[in-house]
Design a binder for this molecule. Sequence first.
Ligand code: FA5
Ligand code: MG
Length: 417
Amino acid sequence: YRRFSSAVKPLKKDIIVSGNPYITDDYTNVTDRILSHVGKNLHLQQYHPLNLVYQRIVNYFYQSFLNARRNPIFSVYDNLAPVVSVNQNFDSLLIPTDHVSRSKSDCYYVNRNYLLRAHMTAHQSELLTAGLNNFLMVGDVYRRDEIDRTHYPVFHQVDAVRLKTRDEIFPNDNKLQIFEKDGNTESFGGQEKQSCHTLEAVKLMEHELKTTLEGLASHLFGNVKFRWVDTYFPFTQPSWELEVFYENEWLEVLGCGIMRQPILTNSGVKDRIGWAFGLGLERVAMCLYKITDIRTFWSQDSGFLSQFKTNDINKTIIYKPISQYPPCKCDVSFWLPENAEYSSNDFYDIVRSVGGEIVEQVQLIDNFTHPKTKKTSHCYRIVYRHMEKTLIQEEVNKVHQKIADAASLNLGVTLRQ
Ligand code: FA5
Ligand code: MG
């Protein structure tokens, strides 16, 4: 594994990602373990559950949007390289320079200027600039996040964009407009719309967006209860999340909204208004096939893959866990460094790098600041579980000790006994 902490002087060396060399710098925090996922393209692997869900989504869009000659109008991009510039992932989407999502503790940076994309929306501007009006983008995305059964640092998203002209929105009326004459593109305006858009145009776009996504939800899940929740994204306004009621819980499946107009104008689009959404493939696949642990998607075990071997992508499949082996729990406590930055995500990466696939969950179970010395101590509980066998305590202890040693070496923390 590589060095992580900003407290440690970075090594000046090149790393190769997707076949291209990058010079590392003080922003580099991508680990070899994370890089080992680049190029796996689970969404393109035949019979993989993520591929089945991906195909079902694409089919829905092909069927739902046809041109006059009855050909699908959406084009699909599923092979875009995952290293993107800071400009692609953030600036082009109007994400403010001080926005938390840019921080080193949330993203995997290759260096100051490049990172592993944190969402598929990173490719929106380049495809708009290429002149596309209706497109889907599918691929792997990378985020530093908590560790549990529904979070893994690599997951897959489907993003979509649909642009429409005035004539397409109001085919039977030549007076209605999509832009306000004196609307300022930079201004957010009120809550319900951007000030540059007319309310009529936004309402029709919102209607098409929501019926399309409700249709997608029933195409995937059959007859489900769903609800719309107002939300905020820097790149859409207004914005919503779609939640579906599945197994007695409301589950967020996607985010969407009316695209901020400057994204379009900056990409050379002057006469259209657009909607966009981004959806998590794992979330959908977990619900659809009743897969309870997100790590399962990375299993190369034939006991897993063979269950999805079907040429009927719409077939109902209920995943039967290969077997549930017992967990082993170990705690580790340390004092945080006093003169260096520390983020729990730094520790989580070490756990991932050293522990690998046998780590099921890491929880911060105690966070204590000494009243006199003002030193802070964290205690983490690590749950180890192998997907394919029973772990032996001795074997776990060895890994656990390695994690503790790596944390002390790389993060400047002081282990407590
Ligand atoms: C985004 O990533 C936006 N780019 C989506 C978007 C696109 C909004 C275009 C508007 C227009 P968010 O971070 O909420 O938003 O992620 C989108 C979806 O990805 C979530 O609804 C969820 O289904 C999935 N997702 C997010 N984080 C994780 C995770 N850690 N593990 C698995 N799935 C996740
Ligand atoms: Mg969200």
